[in-house]
Design a protein around this ligand. Structure first.
Ligand code: AMP
Length: 418
């Protein structure tokens, strides 16, 4: 079914076409009619499914209709957890809305607030914001929410993970009661369900794909490797395999800098992106990576969610993520919108427990592979905590039994001495 049959206005269809799309993705196909009808919505969809257009297009349709007021007032507020996502959503609005008259503003921290104040004074129709900076504006009385008709809470589960939920609740409390509310989340744990129940009326629920399963277009590999060999393995892979646009994840900022530095030393173009870098540096690194100036971008989890870089061929988890959800979000950076991609995870012996947690979360077993030349001999002998515990329990039981029959111990030790 093409976009043309979805009831969107002609200028928006032109915007969609100019962005290169003719057929809606599953979430767009299901969500656009619901949002156009004015109903509240819970969209449970993984990253890369095309969910941004699923809410941006009907919002633009509503805001840019013939009855729109002349005065620019905030008619839609989109809350998203990261700065990168805010920039990205705002860019999507600009792309899809290039043939309509709409003013949009991204409000996020780490950049000069005065430009945002100036834009707000001129008047905007849609605000895309991260919670922290928006709260800043609310305290300064520089945002006015009384005309908000559509509120979007994007990545709701992440708002909880990142500790933004108190701010989110305060922002919701400042919105008009009469409004349409759209909630999007990769997972719907009970706390998200509870939040939805308190802020929505009879929402339609749309679920795309299985809740926890990484998108099917991604091939997952897990390599057993000693921690001290990870850097060599990374360099070896990058130099010997066709890997053109690679996102490497590190658990720490220091680790990200170190990996990117070592890659540069090995002659591989790499850049690091994490929260110690200024917003301008982060954006520049991202833009340069998108344009292919760097083969590798090394990132911490701040960019795991939402970053949309088309054509990432490989995601490499240099460290196994601590939280199973992060695994899904990290690898979701490749294989976006039905392109295929590879996700590779380096697992050191002491990271096996984390791997098991991920397996439980995604509901499938990940086969450990040895990479030629990097065989991880002690790995197979390394036990997970539960295995180690039961082995220890068995040893204790054996020792207790033997204590009652000391002659057995002596006989055994004699046998092993031989
Ligand atoms: P999102 O899940 O919104 O971050 O979108 C993921 C990617 O899909 C982005 O690169 C979009 O530009 C792309 N995309 C959005 N809509 C479509 C569509 N109808 N067909 C193909 N790709 C799309």
């Amino acid at each position: 079914m093409p976009f043309t049959t979805m009831g969107l206005s002609d200028p928006l269809l032109r915007g969609v076409l100019a962005s290169g799309y003719t057929t809606p993705t599953e979430i767009q196909f299901q969500a656009i009619p619901v949002v156009l009808s004015g109903r509240d919505l819970i969209g449970c969809a993984q990253t890369g499914t095309g969910k941004t257009a699923a809410f941006v297009l009907p919002i633009l349709h509503r805001i840019c209709g013939p009855d729109s007021p002349k005065k620019r007032v905030i008619r839609s507020l989109i809350l998203t957890p990261t700065r990168e996502l805010a920039v990205q959503i705002e860019q999507s609005i600009r792309n899809y809305g290039q043939f309509v008259s709409v003013r949009t503003l991204a409000i996020y921290g780490g950049v000069d607030i005065h430009k945002q104040l100036h834009a707000l004074r001129r008047g905007v129709d849609i605000v895309v914001a991260t919670p922290g900076r928006l709260m800043d504006h609310m305290r300064r009385n520089t945002v006015e929410f009384s005309s908000v008709e559509v509120f979007v809470l994007d990545e709701a589960d992440r708002m909880f993970d990142m500790g933004f939920i108190h701010d989110v609740r305060k922002i919701i409390a400042a919105l008009p009661q009469q409004r349409q509310t759209l909630l999007f989340s990769a997972t719907i744990p009970p706390e998200v369900q509870q939040l939805a129940a308190g802020m929505q009326r009879d929402p339609m629920r749309i679920q795309i794909g299985q809740q926890h399963n990484p998108i099917e277009t991604i091939t997952q590999h897990v390599h057993a490797v000693m921690r001290q060999q990870k850097m060599d393995l990374l360099v070896h892979m990058l130099q010997n395999r066709p890997m053109f646009s690679v996102l490497v994840f590190s658990r720490t900022k220091h680790g990200a800098d170190k990996i990117s530095h070592k890659l540069e030393q090995a002659g591989i173009d790499a850049v690091a992106i994490h929260s110690d870098r200024s917003q301008a540096q982060r954006q520049r690194a991202l833009d340069d990576f998108k344009q292919g100036k760097y083969q590798v971008m090394v990132a911490t989890d701040i960019v795991a969610r939402g970053i949309d870089v088309r054509g990432i061929s490989h995601v490499i988890n240099f460290d196994v993520p601590l939280f199973a959800q992060d695994y899904v979000h990290r690898i979701g950076r490749t294989g976006r919108a039905s392109a295929t991609g590879d996700a590779i995870t380096f697992v050191a012996p002491d990271e096996q427990d984390q791997l098991r947690r991920i397996e439980r979360f995604i509901g499938c077993k990940l086969r450990l592979e040895n990479y030629e030349g990097f065989t991880c001999a002690p790995f197979a002998a390394t036990l997970s905590r539960s295995e180690a515990q039961s082995r220890a329990q068995r040893q204790v039981a054996r020792a207790r039994k033997a204590a009652k029959r000391p002659h057995l111990i002596r006989r055994r030790s004699l046998a092993s001495a031989r």
